[in-house]
Design a protein around this ligand. Structure first.
Ligand SMILES: Nc1ncnc2c1ncn2[C@@H]1O[C@H](COP(=O)(O)OP(=O)(O)OP(=O)(O)O)[C@@H](O)[C@H]1O
Length: 272
């Protein structure tokens, strides 16, 4: 079964005057597949994830999620379709004065009645479930902390703990490691992949750390200037392709001088 089918998709930001953020995007993603999205800053990774989350209406092309075109559905049906998708943004929108337990349990709001949701604001409905989700990201001790007292990395993992509590069948994760150290980065990717595998959910994860994308994901989709540069199994991705993808994007000091230099950088696990 397919989770997504995109044919020749164009996506524009309403406020953008220049070229579309995504152009000629064709992509097929099977249910349960796990893939990494890579590419330089501004390549269109966030826009693609938001499009997959049905948050951006494509300007052109064909788009199907779980066999339906969300933009041909009525509001209620589109809402039900969105409940199967979970977009974890780079900076999770967590209410600053809320306790972590309440913020994490908010992932279950779409499944709750209004009454249960209101009661949970005062007496968390299932703190054990929130604790278990947080513990998988080494954050169990923050269950009753206030969100605005968390560090950036803790807040990021708190957003990901929400994902564990959502019933979504497609997990869309935008740069989950931007505030994490190397050990937590490994833990976070392993946890996301394990969760997706356990519930046969599709996982699409954008990453700036090319070495981690290649070590954790078997399918790599590379974007540049709003277009798919390549969509390949990781063992067909060469250091030359990575160098070309990021050409002109790196600060001079860390720019590789040749393809061998890039191979060495990848070999030692450096972040691009
Ligand atoms: N709200 C917006 N309004 C107008 N243009 C936007 C908006 N958001 C993104 N863009 C533009 O769309 C293009 C793709 O941006 P996007 O954020 O998807 O890239 P990205 O690959 O996720 O970048 P990064 O790695 O820096 O997060 C860029 O040219 C960007 O300037």
């Amino acid at each position: 079964m397919l989770t997504y089918e995109l044919r020749n998709l164009t996506v524009r930001h309403l406020t953008a005057s220049k070229a579309p953020a995504l152009q000629a995007i064709s992509l097929t993603i099977e249910q349960g597949e796990q893939l990494a999205l890579i590419g330089p800053s501004g390549a269109g990774k966030t826009t693609l994830l938001a499009t997959l989350a049905c948050a951006h209406k494509p300007a052109d092309g064909a788009f199907q999620a779980f066999g339906s075109d969300p933009w041909a559905l009525g509001e209620a049906a589109r809402h039900r379709l969105r409940a199967q998708l979970f977009l974890a943004p780079q900076t999770p929108p967590l209410p600053p004065r809320q306790r972590v337990v309440t913020a994490v349990l908010a992932a279950r709001l779409p499944q709750w009645t209004l009454w249960r949701a209101l009661v949970s604001l005062f007496k968390p409905a299932d703190p054990e479930a929130a604790w278990q989700a947080l513990s998988r990201f080494n954050l169990g001790d923050k269950l009753y902390s206030r969100v605005d007292r968390l560090s950036g990395g803790e807040r990021q993992r708190c957003g990901l703990a929400r994902l564990l509590l959502s019933p979504a069948k497609a997990l869309l994760v935008d740069e989950p490691l931007s505030a994490l150290d190397p050990a937590l980065s490994e833990l976070t990717l392993a946890t996301l992949r394990e969760e997706a595998r356990a519930r046969n959910a599709t996982l699409v994860c954008s990453l700036h750390q090319v070495d981690l994308a290649l070590s954790h994901f078997t399918r790599i989709v590379a974007l540049r200037d709003g277009r798919i540069e390549f969509d390949l199994p990781r063992d067909q991705v060469t250091p030359q392709m990575i160098a070309a993808l990021y050409a002109g994007e790196q600060p001079a000091a860390s720019k590789p001088h040749d393809d061998d230099a890039m191979a060495v950088k990848l070999g030692i696990g450096a972040c691009l």
